[in-house]
Ligand binder design. Structure first.
Ligand SMILES: Cc1cc2nc3c(=O)[nH]c(=O)nc-3n(C[C@H](O)[C@H](O)[C@H](O)COP(=O)(O)OP(=O)(O)OC[C@H]3O[C@@H](n4cnc5c(N)ncnc54)[C@H](O)[C@@H]3O)c2cc1C
Length: 447
């Protein structure tokens, strides 16, 4: 008897979620992950769903679209969100995780799934039959070529930078202070306050610092949410003071005043031994990073557990290549998910894996394909990236701007909450009307 099976390539955020969703729908999964046999430029472990940069899955309230997206995923039985909820570390209104625990929960959950066969090898070809490709922004070259052979030479690529991590015990806490902006989340962040003079000196050093050079063929097009700090400084001396170093909502208890600028450090592990420098992606050389970042008040003796670096980001021209069901126009049993379809971020990538899996499961069981409505966070994101009118496609993360506006009359926070409430009602209705069985998010840790 031929049991339905789906191949999944890549056990990152999208591939792990897709595998879980398929297995919980009774579909056999052949999951191929190349680590640890072959590593990417950014991953450091063999674990599934490794978070390569920040440990935050961003805001968890309904006031933000990414908070709504997480809630939609919870209602669909997401493994990634269940694992994140379990591995949570304090981070104000953000859902931040201990990355080691998080990856372990996802890995162990999938290893225990009886319908999942895990193969640790690089996929160099795209297999025949129903397949989800979720090989991420750092897709191996061989697989990228195999994909190009199907879609034509329309793979785009650009470059991202990642933020450094410091050891907590190397931070000078006589200079820093603990607080979250506007008091939301107690004292979850360590804040390094800067005077105007310190800020100006910092910007001078940043502009003068040695950077890692790009090859001539590498076009430096940055996703706005992941722009290196030196690139922001190059655009204007005050850009950082209005961006990641903005002091709003913070008062230095030693002066009783708002500092001129603030560098925020966010807890990166459950024990609070590691802190990442929020929004400080950089492509300075390692020696330059040590020099420049130690100018930050409180970090003069900082021990850097990881320095920032620059990475490839591969994604396809989705508006021209992909259906909203996440099937390729060129081959309807081939689904793509995750960052490579041009969604940006851990949560968005996992959400795309979830939708690809729902549809792949429906394909092999002869059910009709489904797409969440555009008033939902997931539906609005998918509608955006597959909008055929779009030119010069760039990756996008979940945001309220993608969702159809509410009627006139609501504003500000009330408007956001109403948009979120509308989205959740719509996802419930979508789940019910399409008989979508939410996968039971029972993780290894609680089974
Ligand atoms: C350097 C960098 C920093 C980032 N920082 C952030 C951040 O701070 N916050 C955020 O929200 N997002 C960040 N992103 C985006 C992040 O990659 C995505 O949000 C998310 O990890 C993408 O999920 P994914 O499943 O598509 O890819 P991944 O999580 O990267 O998973 C892809 C998997 O496929 C595997 N693979 C690749 N090729 C093959 C092959 N041929 N055969 C088998 N397996 C293969 C890889 O080993 C990997 O495990 C960053 C991306 C990069 C590159």
């Amino acid at each position: 008897m031929n049991e339905p099976q789906v191949n999944v390539i890549g056990a990152g955020l999208a591939g792990s979620e897709a595998t879980f969703q398929l297995a919980r729908r009774g579909i056999r999964v052949h999951l191929v992950e190349m680590r640890p046999a072959k590593m990417t430029e950014a991953h450091q472990t063999a674990g599934f769903a490794e978070l390569v940069c920040s440990n935050s899955l961003r805001n968890d309230s309904l006031e933000t679209a990414v908070g709504v997206l997480k809630e939609e995923m919870r209602r669909l039985g997401s493994l990634i969100i269940a694992a994140a909820d379990r591995a949570r570390v304090p981070a104000g209104s953000a859902l931040a995780v201990d990355r080691v625990d998080f990856s372990r929960i996802v890995t162990e959950t999938l290893e225990r799934e009886p319908l999942v066969e895990i193969v640790r090898a690089e996929a160099e070809e795209i297999p025949p039959g129903p397949t989800i490709i979720a090989s991420g922004p750092l897709t191996s070259a061989a697989l990228g070529e195999a994909l190009n052979a199907i879609i034509g030479p329309r793979n785009l690529y650009f470059y991202d930078a990642i933020a450094p991590i410091v050891a907590a015990d190397s931070i000078d806490t006589s200079i820093t202070f603990r607080a979250a902006r506007y008091g939301k989340g107690g004292d979850d962040y360590i804040n390094c306050p800067m005077t105007e003079v310190e800020y100006e000196a910092f910007i001078d050093a940043l502009l003068a610092a040695e950077k890692v050079e790009l090859h001539p063929f590498e076009k430096p097009v940055y996703f706005e949410g992941c722009m290196p700090i030196e690139e922001m400084a190059r655009r204007g001396r005050q850009t950082l003071a209005f961006g990641p170093m903005r002091p709003v909502g913070l008062t230095d208890p030693r002066t009783g005043r708002r500092p001129f600028a603030v560098v925020q450090l966010r807890q990166d592990d459950a024990d609070g031994r590691l802190y990442n420098i929020v929004g400080f992606q950089t492509k300075m050389t390692y020696p330059a990073q040590r020099n420049v970042l130690r100018m930050i008040p409180g970090l003069a003796r900082a021990e850097f557990v990881r320095l920032g670096s620059l990475h490839r980001n591969t994604f396809i021209d989705s508006p021209r290549l992909l259906n909203p069901t996440l099937q390729l126009h060129a081959r309807d049993d081939l689904f793509l998910a995750g960052q490579m379809i041009g969604v940006e971020g851990y949560v968005e990538s996992a959400a795309a894996g979830l939708l690809a899996a729902i549809n792949a499961a429906r394909l092999v069981t002869d059910a009709t394909m489904v797409v969440p409505p555009p008033v939902t966070a997931l539906g609005s994101l998918i509608a955006y990236i597959t909008d055929t009118r779009r030119r010069d496609f760039q990756p996008m993360n979940a945001n309220y701007g993608l969702m159809p506006p509410l009627g006139a009359g609501t504003r500000g926070r009330e408007k956001k909450t109403a948009t979120g409430t509308r989205a959740l009602a719509a996802i419930d209705e979508w789940i019910a009307s399409n008989s979508i069985e939410p996968a039971q998010a029972r993780t290894a840790a609680n089974s």
